[in-house]
Design a protein around this ligand. Sequence first.
Ligand code: DLL
Length: 429
Amino acid sequence: MKTNFLNPELEKMPREQLLALQQERLVRMIRYTAANNAFHRDRYRQAGLDPETFRGIEDMERVPMMSKIDFRNQYPDGMCCVPKNQIVEMHQSSGSTGTPVVMLYTKNDIRMWGECMGRCYRMAGADAADVLQITPTLGLFNGGMGCFHGGRAADMFIVPASSGNTVRQIKLINDFQTKVLIAVVSYGSRIMEVAGEMNVKMPSLKIGIFGAEAFSEGMKEKLRAGLGIEVFDIYGMTETGGIGTLGQDCPAHCGTHVWEDHFYVEIIDPETGKVLPDGEEGELVVTSLSSEAIPVVRFRTGDLTSIISRETCACGRTHLRLAPIKARRDDMIIIKGVNCFPKQIEQSLLKVKGVLPNYQIILDEVNGIQNMHIKVEAEPGVTGYMVEKQLKEDLGFSPDGEVLPPGTLPRQEGKAKRIFRMKNGELIG
Ligand code: DLL
């Protein structure tokens, strides 16, 4: 297994030391946020939490939780803990409900982000001077700039391609001998598709790092086989400071190593808010341990996962591992009394030989009854019946499946829109 380390001392830190570091940083973070920001101060007061008596991990359940709604209510800088002249960068995600979620960064925050991302590259086996092609947008979306800061931290040769112009992306890969390709999952699949249409090989590519969307095993396998690379699953979000802040899997591919010196994670029961034991699936809650501008304290991510292990990994890292993200809580679909998530649908569709990773899930509520219609691209020979049969076998119900020729569905350069909600035939979201 080839894995490299950007900061071996911290990545392989014995767990007792890592825990001691977390304790110290948690205590400091509660006091820091209370001292520097009214939003945090008020919510601690309302919950009866005295920051001066907070002792760390054993007191975490006394700390109130926060969510995306708080980010929206505090738009644009209500959660900031430092004076404006210390802010050096910002990013925002648009979300579906209007008000954006904003993240602000101090110099140290950018350094920390770069280090998290740089660790991810090295963990995937990248060396200094390897060519890194960045395809997430370099702009307001955190994806591109996070990749950039990480590339600098890991001393790589950066090709800042940004999103779009897939033919040019492929030319850049071959002209500059890109070894590490980083992309939103569906864009990785788009590059693979266009290279196939052009009948162009990309032999320099060795490492593909993908994320930002539900990422099924079937999709990982398609990318692995189609691009002839090792595939890594990278995780992060605007609210924790962006891509890579919450880690990635290592070449052992047994879960996402969370950078625990910078983030403390818990899994809660989404209904009761109680912390769940390791191994049980629930909602991920994150607390920043070293962010300065906008640290999160018990932030409910909305993402469903579980803690797989806190044992030292075969790669040598001691930082705990999360299961790949199953879904966002609010993406749960209920059809005929059966619950399912988009990733399960993707996994099921990709089992059908000849089905391509381009699909849409259309949910249409007609007179109070929810129906599901699936449009999927496939090679000739695949029928709607084959798709329906597989879905019935895996999900327990049978949405109607419509098979379309390759290239029919629209392609997106950012996150793919897969779910379309309709009411009595009209698009509502
Ligand atoms: O999507 C950051 C990112 C960019 C991660 C590029 C990886 C690659 P946001 O736009 O704020 O930030 O969206 C964050 O995307 O809460 C998850 O629901 C989802 N997500 C991110 N990574 C993964 C992943 C970026 N590896 C939201 N698997 C998160 C599944 C993911 N879902």
